[in-house]
Structure formats: structure tokens, C-alpha cells
Design a protein around this ligand. Structure first.
Ligand code: NCC
Length: 277
């Protein structure tokens, strides 16, 4: 894809990003009564023009010793990922969690204690699973990467009041197309990271989005997560996910200054509702 101006890029993303979650109207889900299983309000309806400023907090090790907690919590809504905790890390990452995006490993792997852990309670939850690019929903339902479907049904039964959505695979692959269309080189045919999915989701739902440590600051480190002593540069640069290309794309959208990026690891993005095309 050709290099575009920042506004053209915003407009392209705005036009092509349509949040889609499973609504139970397509096979095989319609035949299983999922139209009554999913929340009655869609994510867009639930969140409609509710939030001005939103924060996306990656799980990067570079958040450690950042003292960004107060700044992060000052946003109207805060998005976090997978099993990233706030408890014990409030000074650096804050403690407000409005929405959490989790991959299917979180709901399927016993070690995450999805059904009992407080990490996944009292917030909007959004789960995704990497279906093959061209797979239909029936093939995906029969063979997900990790079985998210039985855990979803169970959670809806036990906690029907919790807004909990499954992202439609077409939404995931639309985002992949977006990255590829704006990148000169061919990128790996794997879905974008939860981080990129979360950023585009919040750009669709909020007027302004602050993203923390997606583009590494001066604190950059090969520490994978702020909450774990595990070192691997691939967490920041990517291996399976086209993470490096996701980051180059997001950097081009930054409306904040370079100082904020280097010192705070913060990128400021416009939400789509404040983009005029
Ligand atoms: O590590 P993970 O991601 O949960 O991180 C969430 C998002 O934060 C951004 N990130 C993270 C670490 C880092 N050093 N730099 C970053 O920029 C990324 O945007 C990332 O998406 C995922 O995307 O779902 C991922 O999940 C983990 C893992 O499954 C979960 O943490 C649950 O344990 C994946 N790791 C493995 O499967 C081993 C990771 O590849 C992607």
C-alpha cells in the first residue's frame, strides 16, 4: 500500500472498521439459540457516546516504574488485556478496568481460572479466537484454536448481567487487511495482536484514545510483561502476530508529541467520531 497522509489514513481506518461481534443470527449459532444467549445490547449500543477519553494499557514490561497509574485512571474508560493485573501495580498501571480483551487461551486454559478469577469480573469482556482467514463459522465452531464456545455459554449462564462478547472473525481479518494495505512488505498471515484489536475497538467507541507502551518509550526493555519476570524481545516486536507492522501503523496516527512518546510511552489517537472525512 502507498504511504498516505495522516488524515487519509484515519479516514481509511474509520471507513473500514466496523465492530462486529457474534449476534447469534448466523449458522451454526442461530440453530443453537445464540440470539438469546448473547447480551441484548450490542457493544456499540452499550457504549454509545458514553466515553470521551479512553486509555489502552498494553501489558508491556516497559510500564514497570512508569508511575503512570494516576494518569491512566483519569480517563473515562480503561482497556486492559488478557491476564494483566492491576493489584500490586497500581502506581504504574492504575486500577480502573472498564473493558478487558482476552484471547481464547484465557477462557480455555485451566491455569487462568477464568470462571473464578476476579480479573475477569465487573467489566465488559471481549474474547477472540484466531479462525482461519477463509473459514466459515461452522468450521470455526467445530475447531477453534482454543475452545472458547463452551466457556462462553457457561459464563452467560452464570453471569448473564456481565456484558460479554465474542468478536466476529471477519472483524479480526478486516483489521489484518488494514495493516497489510498500509504496509509495503507482505506481513505474516496471522491475526493482529489483542493490542491492535483493542486500539481499533477503542477508536470506534471513544472520542480520544491514549495508548500506553504500544510504541516503546525510553523505558523499552525485553521484559515481556510488567507483571512477570519473563524476558523475550518477541513480546514487544512480534513473532506470530504482525506486531511490528501494527506498531508502525499506530505510530503514524500519533497526534501527541514525541516527548510524550519517549517519556511516557503514550500515543494519542483520535476516535473515529472526531475524524471528519
Ligand atoms: O502478551 P499479551 O498478548 O497478553 O499482551 C497484550 C498486548 O500488549 C501488547 N504488548 C505486550 C507485551 C509487550 N512487551 N509489548 C506489547 O506491545 C501487545 O499488543 C499485546 O497484544 C495477545 O495479543 O493476546 C497476546 O497474548 C499472549 C498470551 O496468550 C496471553 O497473555 C495469555 O497468557 C500471547 N503469548 C503467548 O501465547 C505465549 C502473545 O503472543 C499475544
Amino acid at each position: 500500500g502507498a504511504r498516505r497522509s495522516t488524515l487519509q489514513l484515519y479516514c481509511d481506518l474509520k471507513q473500514r472498521t466496523r465492530i462486529r461481534t457474534l449476534d447469534g443470527t448466523e449458522e451454526p449459532f442461530s440453530g443453537l439459540g445464540w440470539d438469546r444467549l448473547v447480551p441484548s445490547l450490542t457493544l456499540q449500543e452499550l457504549w454509545r457516546s458514553q466515553y470521551q477519553s479512553c486509555a489502552v494499557v498494553t501489558s508491556a514490561g516497559a510500564l514497570l516504574n512508569s508511575s503512570l497509574g494516576v494518569e491512566i485512571d483519569s480517563h473515562d474508560a480503561v482497556l486492559r488485556f488478557n491476564a494483566a493485573p492491576t493489584k500490586g501495580f497500581e502506581r504504574d498501571v492504575g486500577n480502573k478496568t472498564t473493558i478487558r480483551i482476552i484471547n481464547s487461551q484465557i477462557v480455555a486454559r485451566p491455569r487462568h481460572n477464568f470462571s473464578s478469577s476476579s480479573l475477569y469480573q465487573d467489566m465488559t469482556l471481549v474474547v477472540w479466537d484466531p479462525a482461519p482467514y477463509s473459514a466459515n463459522l461452522t468450521q470455526w465452531f467445530q475447531k477453534p484454536d482454543f475452545d472458547l464456545f463452551s466457556a462462553y455459554v457457561e459464563r452467560r449462564r452464570v453471569r448473564p448481567e456481565q456484558p460479554f462478547y465474542i468478536l466476529h472473525p471477519e472483524f479480526i481479518w478486516t483489521l489484518w487487511d488494514l495493516i497489510q494495505n498500509n504496509t509495503e512488505e507482505p506481513i505474516q498471515p496471522n491475526p493482529p495482536s489483542s493490542g491492535f484489536i483493542g486500539i481499533l475497538l477503542m477508536m470506534s467507541l471513544c472520542r480520544e484514545v491514549s495508548v500506553y507502551e504500544f510504541i516503546p518509550s525510553l523505558r523499552r526493555t525485553d521484559l515481556c510483561h510488567y507483571h512477570e519476570r519473563y524476558h523475550d524481545a518477541a513480546c514487544t516486536l512480534g513473532a506470530y502476530h504482525p506486531l511490528l507492522y501494527e506498531k508502525l501503523l499506530i505510530q503514524r496516527l500519533n497526534e501527541g508529541g514525541g516527548g510524550e512518546l519517549r517519556r511516557r510511552g503514550r500515543v494519542t489517537l483520535r476516535g473515529f467520531s472526531s475524524v471528519q472525512c
